[in-house]
Write a protein that binds this ligand. Structure first.
Ligand SMILES: Cc1ncc(COP(=O)(O)O)c(C=O)c1O
Length: 413
């Protein structure tokens, strides 16, 4: 049944919907300083470069020791893996349900991504670490999917028992906590993305954080052509040999926007949580419907509500009916199972000799096919996502809740 919408609901933007005078002021300031490259602005008589200011405020806000601004979340992932010396012959456990870069970054470093099942939190199932670890496994990449922290206690325990590095992908989770501590502080190295759809954005951009000074130094070298400039030496003196790195530096214009956005994340989170609580209370409990498991509900960002329908056959009709009521229920991420991505179906890298899949035949092999992931398949075919945005009002929250109840009534009675 098609109903005419009562009013047009705002699109569910987060940081992008909060861009305003603060970003404008800092960007104009960057332009007026005339130094758009961070390393030319290190005159002690002048204000610190925006990139350094962003790093300093981000590490205080997250509660970690070192932060490095880079050009994207993907660049941050490649930098993080390089910083902990991941390379050919190594295996990295990656959730099968994750963003493209979670696999491409591993492949670009010549290591083998090993796909793991998720659980009903839509994050890595901690039990997969024991199942998938081999003598070649070096690291576990944990993705805090869409504002919800993965269950870090069992993940850290299993990884440490096996002597593995833990890398946290917080691209979708700035401002998210687990057991009272920010995500990004649980692992050896963590990354953030400032791409347009994120809770804080500069259009593009990324950040890497760590508590380990050698990881920081290697990350700086990876992101700046192997160099370690005087600014970084003033943060912590060099101890590591140079190596050939990439060029993933952040510009001052990006840093100015990211800095203004960083200062807004707490407010965006508080708003999303308020709207989310109202939607959840408004929906209540419905037969045939189960909420996504949130390992730590206190730490959740609240920008996307997921629930599962028992019957996957009802999902398309449920989504269509919600969309007709102006409830944007398509998930706000391009995440879908890695085993369906083109690059995994071909198993290719940019050159055949550097593909970690080159000797695995026939391809796609066991562990890279849909039938190897019954849990991920089941969960991801049964969920409905209700995105929330910075511009959402309590009226929007009530409209979403009423719509879900109405569609449920229509389809289940
Ligand atoms: C989980 C996750 N990891 C990594 C990235 C990569 O970030 P970027 O788009 O900034 O390269 C994204 C975002 O797009 C993401 O959602």
């Amino acid at each position: 049944m098609k109903t005419s919408p009562i009013y047009r609901r705002p699109p569910p933007g987060l940081g992008s919907a909060a861009v305003g005078a603060e970003e404008e002021t800092l960007v104009l300031d960057a332009l007026r300083r005339g130094e758009l490259f961070r390393y030319y602005g290190n005159d002690p008589e002048r204000p610190p470069p925006f990139a350094a200011q962003l790093e300093n405020e981000a590490k205080a806000w997250i509660g970690t020791d070192y932060a490095l601004a880079v050009s994207s979340g993907t660049a941050a992932l490649e930098t993080a893996l390089a910083a902990i010396s991941i390379g050919p012959g190594d295996e990295v456990i990656v959730p099968a349900w994750s963003w493209l870069s979670c696999v491409t970054a591993v492949v670009r470093l010549g290591a083998l991504p090993v796909l793991a099942e998720i659980d009903d939190s839509l994050c890595l199932n901690p039990a997969e670490i024991d199942r998938l670890t081999t003598s070649r496994t070096r690291a576990v990449l944990v993705v805090h999917f869409q504002g919800v922290a993965a269950d870090m206690d069992p993940i850290i325990k299993a990884a440490h028992r096996r002597g593995l590095f833990v890398v946290e992908d917080c691209a979708e989770a700035p401002g998210v906590f687990y057991r009272g501590r920010a995500v990004g502080t649980w692992s050896d190295v963590a990354i953030y993305s400032f791409q347009h759809n994120k809770a804080m954005t500069a259009g593009e951009g990324g950040l890497l954080v760590t508590r380990d000074l050698r990881t920081y130094e290697r990350a700086v070298r990876m992101s700046d052509l192997g160099q370690y400039r005087p600014y970084h030496a003033s943060v912590t003196p060099p101890q590591e040999p140079a190596f050939s790195g990439a060029q993933f530096r952040m510009s001052e214009l990006t840093a100015a926007v990211a800095l203004a956005q960083l200062r807004k994340v707490d407010a965006i989170r508080a708003h999303c949580r308020m709207i989310q609580d109202r939607v959840r209370q408004g929906i209540g409990e419905l037969p045939g419907v189960t909420w996504r498991t949130i390992p730590d509900p206190q730490g959740d960002f609240g920008f996307e509500i997921y629930f599962y329908l028992d019957d996957p056959k009802v999902v398309p009709a449920f989504r269509t009916a919600l969309d007709e009521r102006e409830v944007h229920c398509q998930q706000r991420t391009g995440t879908y199972p890695q085993y369906r991505r083109e690059y995994l179906l071909t198993g290719r890298a940019h050159h055949p000799a550097v593909s970690p899949f080159r000797d695995i035949k026939p391809w796609p092999a066991v562990g890279y096919r849909a039938e190897d992931f019954p849990v991920t398949e089941d969960l991801t075919q049964r969920f409905i996502a209700l995105p929330i945005g910075w511009r959402y009002t309590t009226e929007d929250a009530d409209h979403i809740a009423e719509s879900v109840r109405a569609v449920h009534r229509e389809l289940f009675t």
